[in-house]
Design a protein around this ligand. Structure first.
Ligand code: GN1
Ligand code: MG
Length: 357
């Protein structure tokens, strides 16, 4: 299958080594290496069950690329390479969409956050991206996923799915469902923020897990990657997903929940890293939502995994029965631990604001 796909990007399959790459849950990714020419690329097949219009992704990335390269030529922005026909996203005869990206030499990705420094660096890169695009007209971007981080819509969907799920799954998920209702106030707060238009629409990444940053060998952040969900959104999505994925040494895949914990000093590193780029640009309301953002994203992810479990696992890839339920339970444990230190975190944000820039 690779012969034709690679050929559409002017690459000869026989001359390249092709290996599966990365741990994303949505798209399929391969690394393509030509040992003779010392060329390295990333090939991706877009999950079109998730992204109904893959061309919207390419349009967004191209617009942003043009904006950034005209103003910040030294900024590393990894955008797709044109195919032989000039397109940045190719529809193949198998009906699937593919794109080719340059592989950034000597870059590495991390699957877990081990140091404060890594948290700081990642937060800085995501903030830098949004900050450089502060003058870009966000309404020019497509919504590549409708309602992606709309917690109220996610909560409604969850309730709909509870009504039609199988008795077995409802029974298995009983405790998690109770947790989802117990923390319903998080969804209500989100709705209030949206109703009152409290925070500005920005260009936001929407998937700020650590594996979406390229680092150099010293774990200095190089750039953001995985740009499919770059679209109009809110600061709370990006900061919140960092809280969700950097604070605990064990990630959402961990089945031994005793390994989940909150590293309080990593919270400060995220705040400092983010403010190191976005301080001048953030509004007062946004600053006040730093701590809330973590609750929002942990809760939303718990509900998303739980909804998918009750829906018979149609969205996230799973590798064992009950995988999505375990992920949801994991996220509820994380949420409870986060809530337990909420007051301390409010103090951290308050102190960070007092520091001179
Ligand atoms: C998905 O593809 P990946 O693993 O980077 C998901 C994110 C979730 C994440 C949970 C388009 O991201 O929203 O937070 O899984 N992306 C989409 O691991 O749904
Ligand atoms: Mg990814």
């Amino acid at each position: 299958m690779f012969d034709d796909i690679l050929l559409s990007f002017n690459l000869i399959a026989q001359e390249n080594h092709i290996e599966k790459f990365g741990e994303g849950l949505i798209n399929r990714t391969w690394k393509i290496t030509d040992p003779e020419k010392n060329n390295e690329f990333i090939l991706q097949q877009i999950n079109k069950n998730v992204f109904k219009n893959p061309l919207h992704i390419a349009e967004n990335i191209n617009k942003i690329d043009q904006y950034l390269s005209a103003r910040y030529p030294d900024y590393l922005f990894v955008s797709s390479l044109p195919a032989a026909n000039g397109d940045y996203m190719v529809k193949h005869t198998d009906g699937e969409y593919y794109r080719l990206l340059p592989y950034v030499k000597r870059s590495i990705t991390l699957n877990t956050v081990q140091t404060r420094h890594e948290s700081f660096e990642a937060a800085r890169q995501f903030a830098k991206f949004t900050n450089l695009l502060a003058g870009f007209d966000v309404t020019e971007l497509n919504y590549t996923l409708a309602g992606f981080h709309d917690l109220s819509a996610r909560f409604e969907e969850f309730k709909r799915v509870v009504k039609k799920a199988s008795p077995e799954r409802l029974n298995q998920a009983n405790g998690a469902i109770e947790n989802a209702f117990r923390h319903q106030d998080i969804a209500e707060t989100h709705q209030a923020i949206m109703n009152d238009n409290l925070i500005p629409l920005r260009v936001v990444h929407h998937d700020t897990k650590i594996s979406n940053i390229l680092f150099d060998e010293n774990h200095k952040g190089l750039c953001v990657i995985d740009l499919d969900t770059v679209m109009p959104g809110y600061f709370i999505s990006d900061v919140g997903d960092m809280m969700r994925t950097y604070l605990s040494p064990a990630n959402e895949e961990e089945q031994d929940f005793s390994k989940i914990s909150i590293r309080e000093d990593f919270f400060a590193a995220i705040v400092e890293g983010y403010l190191s780029e976005m301080n001048a640009n953030l509004t007062e309301n946004e600053r006040e939502l730093f701590v809330y953002s973590g609750k929002l994203m942990i809760y939303m992810q718990a509900i998303r995994f739980l909804t998918d479990y009750l829906n018979n696992d149609i969205y996230y890839g799973t590798s064992y029965p009950g995988h999505n339920l375990v992920r949801a339970q994991n996220q509820f444990v994380l949420l409870d631990q986060y809530l337990a230190v909420e007051d301390k975190f409010l103090q951290v944000v308050f102190n960070a604001q007092k520091q001179p820039k």
